[in-house]
Design a binder for this molecule. Structure first.
Ligand SMILES: [Zn+2]
Length: 104
């Protein structure tokens, strides 16, 4: 059975089978060079523009900002979860922004 994925609320959420599973405003790490010049970029998601399942992983595209260097741009193929036995299993973002800032 196929999992139904789409973006909702002007890109604020990724919906999986009619439930909002992944929201913006979380910080994700993006490894070297894929987004900006930082060795490990900490990217605050601002908006999702699309979502897909190229393999067993669920990947999203969207707009984000590196909170280390301030680079803002398009994110492509950010893994936000995976499909296990027909169920969506979300990856944990690094931290909510508030937690990240308080420990910085
Ligand atoms: Zn950066």
């Amino acid at each position: 059975m196929a999992i139904v994925l789409w973006t909702l609320d002007d890109g604020a959420w990724i919906s999986v089978d009619d439930s909002r599973e992944v929201g913006v405003s979380d910080v994700w790490t993006v490894s070297s060079g894929q987004f900006c010049g930082c060795e490990t970029a900490h990217v605050l998601l601002e908006e999702f523009s699309g979502v897909g399942v190229p393999d067993s992983r669920v990947v999203a595209s969207g707009v984000g900002m590196c909170i280390d260097c301030g680079t803002r741009g398009d994110l492509e193929k950010l893994p936000v979860g995976r499909i296990v036995d027909g169920e969506f299993e979300p990856y944990a973002p690094v931290a909510a922004l508030s937690a990240f800032v308080s420990t910085a």
